[in-house]
Design a binder for this molecule. Structure first.
Ligand code: 5AD
Ligand code: SF4
Length: 443
């Protein structure tokens, strides 16, 4: 009989991809996805270490899952409980010590071994811990991906060697590793043959990609030669790796969507140096100029950290100045939060919560004005939108504009998983409202 698998995913798109691949790996064992942990035979919590208070949040979630597991055990049903992702990688031993009812703890590099871990866990009667960085890359051991709908993620590189001083990724995801172009092209072909039209290339440092003599721009060029690859996106990039070829891809390849998430973190050179970002604020400005010269309508997104150790009011104002100059279509901003084991956590000049709160509020207000302005500039325009999610209200579907905005439209359910021309009629703070373009023409 089919067993039910529930996966709770936190954090970045890389985790979303990993969760889908874990489901692929477990499918041959009879596990079918389920949308609730209550009746699941296996529950995986795919964790993110970037979240504030990441490990406490994981432990409180595990507490709730323990109750479900106990209740099911009372009815004679077994629940395999696994913790995956970056918190598992960083704090595996601690999880087993503090949450002994957990059966499996696995890092992001070992999920291809999940079937073996499940077998060992049911034999062992003790937790299985697998947070190696194995020599055999997991990608060589994964089944072909099961696509759902028109959009898919495709992981092209993992890990990071940049060592920004605030970041845990180099420790949890390990050293930079790029898949071969052949493996990536094969996976893209498999996705397209299942109906996928839009592929988002993933990597912690995706534009650091270097496989088989190709950099990311060259890889995208090869991907666009596959018939059916209609749209390409990629995330997350580092300014240092925005090379000419990648910028040219935005100019030359119509499949590359006019959107880029390029974290800058700060507008102060002093703070950028302390963060070990290896670029200045002006370097970032020049990259944006080159991108806009290549593709005038490119919409930009970024990540910011406020209140990094030693950040003065002047440093923060330099960040606000950079924001004003660039104009972001959307952005994520965070208060600096010390992560154990990272260099910045031990730096002098840690700032108070009040200062961080106040700066975050000012930055977010500035970013909000920009995203509202950008959304408003879209009203009246017509876009091809991939409708891939049901809306909250009946009869509503949601998709993504070329510029990554969520677009809501009233449309028949049969249009789910199709590309539709939509005319934007309303701008909200985080989304757009639209009508089917033909409807507008008839009205
Ligand atoms: N504190 C605050 N924000 C952080 N980020 C990463 N580490 C930290 C930290 N210690 C943010 C960065 C990164 C995004 C994914 O999370 O802005 O780009
Ligand atoms: Fe972390 Fe990104 Fe810096 Fe790598 S480049 S250390 S993933 S913030």
């Amino acid at each position: 009989m089919a067993k039910k698998l529930f996966i709770r995913t936190y954090g970045c798109q890389m985790n979303v991809y990993d969760s889908a691949r874990m489901a692929d790996v477990l499918a041959p064992l009879g596990y079918q996805p389920s949308d609730s942990p209550d009746d699941a035979d296996m529950v995986i919590v795919n964790t993110c270490h970037i979240r504030e208070h990441a490990s406490e949040k994981v432990f409180s979630e595990l507490g709730r899952l323990r109750d479900i597991k106990q209740e099911r055990a009372g009815q004679g049903q077994e629940t395999v409980l696994a913790v995956a992702g970056c918190v598992a990688q960083a704090e595996g031993e601690e999880i087993i010590r503090r949450a002994p009812f957990v059966d499996i703890v696995l890092g992001p590099q070992t999920y291809h071994r999940l079937p073996e871990m499940v077998a060992r866990a049911s034999r062992a009667g003790g937790a299985v811990l697998d947070t190696d960085f194995p020599a055999e890359p997991k990608f060589d051991h994964l089944p072909a991906p099961q696509a759902q709908g028109l959009t898919a993620f495709l992981s092209v590189q993992e890990g990071c060697d940049k060592f920004c001083t605030f970041c845990v990724v180099p420790y949890t995801r390990g050293a930079e590793y790029s898949r071969t172009p052949e493996a990536i092209l094969d996976e893209a072909r498999a996705l397209v043959s299942q109906g996928v039209r839009e592929i988002t290339l993933l990597g912690q440092n995706v534009n650091g990609y270097h496989g088989g003599g190709l950099r990311l721009g060259g890889l995208m060029r090869r991907l666009t030669e596959i018939e059916g690859v209609e749209r390409l996106r990629y995330t997350t990039s580092h300014p240092r790796d925005m090379d000419d070829e990648l910028i040219a891809a935005h100019r030359d390849l119509p499949q590359v969507m006019p959107f880029l998430h390029l974290p800058v973190q700060s507008g102060s050179d002093r703070i950028l140096a302390a963060m070990n970002r290896q670029h200045t604020a002006d370097d970032y400005r020049r990259i944006i100029d080159r991108l806009r010269a290549a593709r005038a309508d490119i919409a930009l997104s970024s990540d910011f950290i406020v209140g990094f150790p030693g950040e003065s009011e002047q440093d923060f104002e330099d960040t606000l100045k950079l924001v004003e100059e660039i104009g972001f279509a959307q952005a994520y901003s965070f208060k600096y939060s010390p992560r154990p084991g990272t260099p910045a956590s031990g730096m002098a000049g840690q700032l108070s919560e009040e200062v961080k709160e106040e700066r975050l509020a000012r930055l977010q207000a500035a970013l909000q004005v920009q995203s509202a302005r950008f959304n408003e500039s879209c009203v009246g325009r017509t876009f091809d939108v991939v409708l891939d999610r049901p809306g909250r209200r009946d009869g509503q579907l949601i998709g993504r504009s070329p510029y990554m905005q969520s677009v809501f439209v009233t449309a028949p359910a049969t249009m789910m998983n199709s590309v539709q021309r939509l005319t934007i009629t309303a701008a909200h703070s985080n989304s757009l409202g639209a009508v089917l373009a033909e409807e507008k023409a008839c009205a």
